[in-house]
Write a protein that binds this ligand. Structure first.
Ligand code: NAD
Ligand code: GLY
Length: 362
């Protein structure tokens, strides 16, 4: 088992990565302080991985709330169902909410845990690659609004992240690729050597080679842990982890939640960020081609839908990084070094959107 720690003072917690962890009673009982538990999962994951977890938790008081599957259900109404279940089970402030599933279950369950009795313990048990490398770490929780992704939420750190890598064995190929998009993001944002490693080992990742997956998860979590430890509440540097997300969230919202997977939208968004960086003179054409080739080899989309420029800009203006009405973009000074900036000519963004998503009246 691999272990690393998120250093946040009193809110520090371990990230545990390896096979068989969901059934490891000793590890679970050390990591979960509470004895009254609410398991939150969904109709797809609970039948697959619930039995292993229940065996690992034998002897503890366990209530369950099983949600419908899909991004379209990442709503305030679904979070409310979790809150209702906590009340019905008469759980007190010393309970813990366990999130068994991908980023959707983790974001909803974490938000409910942040709200219930003003905050109860929360344990992330991520079962998708995307959740193991990104969404389970760092304490962002929340739900979508029809007007924008993740607009309703709270920072609420888990007390532990337990990533059982066996769970990736049942993940559909399209979901695996969506997780690889976020792995590629870490290389692009801050680690050129990791980017080269991904390029050399992509076929092993796609073939679910356990050693390659554990390395990718560990390195991704290290990159995220370092940034979150320095900037927990996204006052600055943490925004870099949003590479591809201003464009990507606009794609997810505009297409209707669930049509584009989050990782797919981030992939197309990262290709757009690379193109914008080229237009500002920071990347060369060969760099952009390298980004597009890697994403394409992973089976990810690199071109956005043809929403038209004005609709795309309207969606992008709901981004949480907007300040004083100005869209801030995460761009690439070079491959392996991102910056967040509002300092770009509007015409450059408009021209790029005209070219990639269609003109004003597309
Ligand atoms: P997801 O939670 O929808 O899971 C993808 C699909 O795989 C679902 O159908 C799910 O039921 C299924 N699944 C999960 N684990 C499985 C397994 N082991 N075997 C078979 N099927 C399995 O999607 P996701 O990609 O994990 O997460 C995307 C969400 O995460 C988005 O809502 C995004 O906004 C959010 N996110 C949050 C953060 C954060 O910091 N909180 C970061 C990145 C993404
Ligand atoms: N996924 C971006 C973040 O956690 O900050």
């Amino acid at each position: 088992m691999e272990r690393l720690d998120i250093d946040l003072g009193a809110r520090s917690y371990p990230i545990l990565i390896g096979p068989g962890l969901l059934g490891d009673a000793a590890l679970l009982s050390q990591s979960i302080r509470a004895r009254d538990l609410m398991l939150v999962s969904n109709v797809t994951v609970a039948p697959l991985w619930g039995p292993r977890l229940r065996a690992g938790l034998a002897g503890l008081r366990l209530a369950e709330c099983i949600l419908p599957d899909g991004e379209a259900h990442k709503t305030l109404a679904t979070a409310s169902r979790v809150l209702d279940a906590l009340v019905e089970a008469r759980l007190n402030r010393d309970c813990a909410v366990l999130a068994l599933g991908g980023g959707v279950v983790g974001d909803i369950a974490g938000f409910a845990a942040a709200c219930y009795q003003r905050g109860v313990d929360f344990v992330q048990l991520p079962t998708t690659l995307l959740a193991q490398v990104d969404s389970s770490v760092g304490g962002k929780t929340g739900v979508d609004h029809p007007g924008g992704k993740n607009l309703i939420g709270a920072f609420h750190q888990p007390v532990a992240v337990i990533a059982d890598t066996d769970t990736l064995g049942t993940l559909p190929d399209r979901e695996l690729a969506a997780g690889i998009a976020e792995v590629i993001k870490y290389g692009l944002v801050g680690d050129g050597d990791f980017l080269s490693w991904i390029e050399s080992n992509l076929d092993r990742l796609l073939a679910r080679d356990p050693g390659a997956l554990v390395h990718a998860i560990r390195r991704s979590c290290e990159c995220k842990a370092a940034i979150v430890s320095r900037d927990e509440l996204e006052q600055g540097e943490r925004a870099l982890l949003n590479l591809g997300h201003t464009f990507g969230h606009a794609i997810e919202t505009g297409a209707g939640y669930g049509h584009w997977l989050h990782g797919e939208a981030v992939a197309a968004g990262m290709a757009m960020a690379a193109e914008m960086s080229r237009r500002l003179g920071w990347l060369g054409a060969a760099d952009v081609a390298r980004v597009r080739e890697l994403l394409g080899r992973a089976g990810l989309p690199v071109d956005p839908p043809r929403f038209g420029r004005e609709r795309m800009l309207g969606l992008m203006r709901m981004d949480k990084k907007v300040k004083a009405g100005r869209i801030r973009l995460v761009l690439l000074e070079r491959l392996g070094r991102a910056i967040c900036t509002a300092d770009y000519p509007d015409e450059a963004l408009e021209q790029m959107l005209d070219d990639l998503v269609g003109g004003a009246d597309a």
